[in-house]
Design a protein around this ligand. Structure first.
Ligand SMILES: [Zn+2]
Length: 210
């Protein structure tokens, strides 16, 4: 007599099939998405847990900069480092243009317009000292007389260890014609400090008050 047997797969085979349809940990995209999510969560966790340290780091950085630059904190500049260096070098060269037979205090200025034209000048003295004109004003007047109206920065170089900041008259005239200008100071050893004119002349008098 023919014997009928029901063939039932072994349990172990079923188990192995169940395992085989699970996503592969390397090739499945959702695995990467999950890992990415975990990574982002971890980054946020680290960031938020260390906010105090990050804040402290910026405070220390600010204090160090203050110690290095004194009251003249460097302003965030719109010019590249190379452009500042280049303008500083032109201001140093412009000291040779100075006519200062009375004080022998030679100052050079290099003014750059928004479209990149550069005007160089030195201070020009008069025997009637009050008529002397500083280098930065000579450079500005040269540019204005050429029809220039938009200015980016002015570099001022003097042969002193301290940075030679523009006098009150120059700050006022610069404010009248270039209130957004950046002022770059260069000392004897070619160190550089940068300021916005707003920093050098707060609460300025101008045509709005006339
Ligand atoms: Zn001046």
């Amino acid at each position: 007599m023919l014997e009928c047997r029901k063939i039932v797969p072994a349990r172990s085979v079923l188990t192995s099939r169940t395992v085989s349809i699970e996503p592969h940990p390397i090739t499945n995209a959702s695995y990467f998405t999950f890992k990415k999510f975990k990574f982002k969560t971890k980054v946020f966790q680290i960031l938020f847990c260390n906010l105090e340290r990050v804040f402290l780091y910026f405070q220390i950085h600010k204090m160090a900069a203050h110690l290095k630059y004194g009251n003249g904190m460097p302003n965030k500049t719109r010019l590249s480092r190379e452009s500042i260096r280049d303008l500083a070098q032109k201001a140093i060269a412009a000291r040779k243009r100075a006519i200062a037979p009375y004080s022998n205090f030679y100052v050079g200025a290099a003014l750059i317009t928004r479209d990149g034209r550069i005007y160089e000048a030195g201070n020009i003295e008069s025997s009637s000292y009050g008529l002397t004109i500083c280098a930065e004003r000579v450079a500005l007047f040269k540019a204005l007389s050429d029809g220039e109206t938009e200015f980016s920065a002015i570099a001022i170089a003097a042969g002193t260890q301290d940075f030679c900041s523009p006098c009150g008259a120059c700050r006022q005239v610069l404010w009248d014609y270039a209130p957004d200008i950046e002022v770059i100071l260069v000392n004897q050893v070619e160190e550089i400090q940068t300021y916005s004119l707003k920093e050098l002349l707060p609460n300025a008098f101008d045509k709005k008050l006339l």
